[in-house]
Design a protein around this ligand. Sequence first.
Ligand code: TXA
Ligand code: MG
Length: 328
Amino acid sequence: MDAQRTFLTGQAGIAQAAKLLAEGQCVAVPTETVYGLAANAFDERAVRDVFAIKNRPFIDPLIVHVAGPAKLLQLTAMSPAQEEAARQLAAAFWPGPLTLVLPKQADVPDLVTANRDSVAVRCPAHPIMHELLEQSGLFLAAPSANPFGYISPTTAQHVADSLGERCPHILDGGPCERGVESTIVDLREPDLPRLLRPGPIGQEALEKALGREIHLPEPKADASLAPGMLERHYSPSTRLQLHATGELSQPGPDEAAVYLKRPAQAGEPRIYWLSESGALEEAAANLFTLLRQLDARPEIAVIHCELPEPGPGVASAIRDRLTRASKR
Ligand code: TXA
Ligand code: MG
């Protein structure tokens, strides 16, 4: 932890971040999903630093962030059918928490795409990130700003806590509104769009905007489709145990219980909840912060957590992150 750190803030902070990125430095940046660790996507030395700071294997490709849908054309080489599908989803959800995987333009560095012939692109909604993309004029490659495998950061302080000195520049945009990483859709086969990672935008909303069914690849069979979808990911160091709704019991003296909705036992020791009303959007926004807080408490040996029922919207993303976090 680094109490002395000052974050980049306000208009001056955005201008400073744009300058650092143009000079080839890495800067942690706010988005509406989680904080990213950004570098100029076309500066291979800077991108290499992103992998090094995160301790991320080079086989796991990065998402490239753009200021607007028009920029997609500069990164991708789309067929008319791919372009039509991308246009439909971008019109419905950009700027926002949706990442599209499409065939890449030849000059997108192989380092960014981990030697794939596709690139993942997202146009984030966070106003500070948007302004940074506009001001810098850069394409920003940015994975989540956490050490590889750990819980993603949803505040500037989370980034400082887990990357420390390794990440000297952090642009503070406040707490992330969505709190879980973007939904990723593979549009390389536009008749067979695939959901590679559940996120804030649910399958039903995607299907409605596209007018066709979205496929959910078998995680094991199609591991090569989404290289970052490791079974164990987003993990606290403390053991996490999942429980169906209604099956959480009183936590022991070295345990914590995390409910989705404020429970009747609220106020008793080691009882936590992710949303007052049980709204899953609010639960998602608070999820990583609470897991980090509990993970930092040495007296807690087990975190018991209520898993939401399968359902629309962000439910799948919360189920996915909790399930991965619970794997040892
Ligand atoms: O919300 C988000 O997406 C955040 C913010 C910072 O934008 N970023 C993020 O990045 O979550 P990261 O690197 O933690 O996760 C990106 C995922 C990885 O699982 C990676 O394997 C996948 O995107 N990905 C990137 N490029 C891909 C490609 N060409 N094909 C398939 N999957 C790809
Ligand atoms: Mg990540």
